[in-house]
Write a protein that binds this ligand. Structure first.
Ligand code: SF4
Length: 283
């Protein structure tokens, strides 16, 4: 224990969700056999974990790179992909190692079925997010995506539409949006498609957050659920700090004997939270 004598506890419900565990396990198995593996986009929105896997031979490629790649294995991460990617793989004799999360695949399927039934699809999701691109792909790009209700003010919305959500959005926001759209007079068939791995943490995290003087919320900056879960912690404990790597630690925020809670996103590895704990306990 260091001079600050910090009492550090890691939230045992934080860390990788099963979708991320599945993708990383699959990648590590192939890396152990082949020594390298291509992965379409960052395998997880956590730079530290990506670096760990790159050191084992993971090669991150873009969709552009995929066009010129042939006869190789390529991993599809948990976020899933649009049909276009599967077509390119077939044309280029690429073996896809499909680690799309089953929850995302199910959502893709639901959106495709709605689209095939001529429903107008509206998706609450982040523009340009890999999962959202995969979802839009199920509708030939015809779905309307918005990340903020204000974007719908001037949108040409039909009177009746089907609303879906990216799996990692905030449940509370989704229901607020649903109510707002109904109040605006639309006929909304709303589907709460938020992953329970996220919404359940949303519920439990505040019980964890209130027990500590300070909360370090460990997450990559690109993680959508990281942003949502950080806001939950911050709401229940104003002394919550968003942090991605141990280099960013500022010890001046702590007082001697502080009880510090460490929590993270579904893309935050447990080893990284343990590194934070060790670092805090050294000071
Ligand atoms: S958050 Fe849910 S949907 Fe996303 S990868 Fe994890 S388990 Fe799958």
């Amino acid at each position: 224990m260091g001079a600050l004598n910090l009492q550090v506890t890691i939230d045992q419900d934080s860390g990788f969700c099963f979708g991320v565990v599945y993708a990383i396990d699959m990648a590590e198995e192939i890396l152990a056999e082949d020594g390298y593996l291509y992965c379409l986009g960052d395998i997880v929105h956590n730079d530290e974990e990506v670096e760990r896997l790159k050191a084992k031979g993971l090669r991150i490629i873009s969709h552009e790179d995929l066009q010129t790649l042939h006869h190789e294995k390529v991993l599809i991460r948990a976020h899933g992909e649009a049909p276009e990617t599967y077509r390119t793989a077939l044309e280029n004799d690429i073996t896809l190692i499909d680690a799309s999360c089953p929850v995302v695949l199910k959502l893709q399927h639901r959106i495709k079925t709605s689209h095939d039934a001529n429903e107008k699809i509206v998706i609450f999701g982040k523009h340009g997010h890999a999962e959202v691109i995969g979802l839009e792909g199920q509708t030939n790009g015809e779905a309307l995506v918005f990340q903020d209700i204000a974007e719908l003010d001037n949108a040409n919305l039909p009177e009746r539409f089907t609303l879906y959500s990216q799996t990692t959005k905030s449940t509370a926001k989704f229901y607020q949006i649903k109510e707002e759209l109904i109040n605006r007079g639309y006929n909304v068939k709303a589907n709460d498609t938020i992953c329970r791995q996220v919404s359940n943490r949303d519920k439990d995290l505040h019980k964890f957050a209130v027990n500590f003087d300070k909360i370090l919320f460990v997450s990559g900056k690109k993680s959508s659920n990281g942003k949502v879960l950080f806001e939950v912690c911050k709401k229940f404990n104003p002394n919550t700090y968003f942090i991605s790597s141990t280099d960013e630690l500022d010890f001046s925020i702590f007082q001697s004997g502080d009880r510090v809670g460490i929590a993270g996103a579904t893309s935050t590895p447990m080893w990284l939270m343990q590194e934070f704990k060790a670092e805090l306990e050294k000071h």
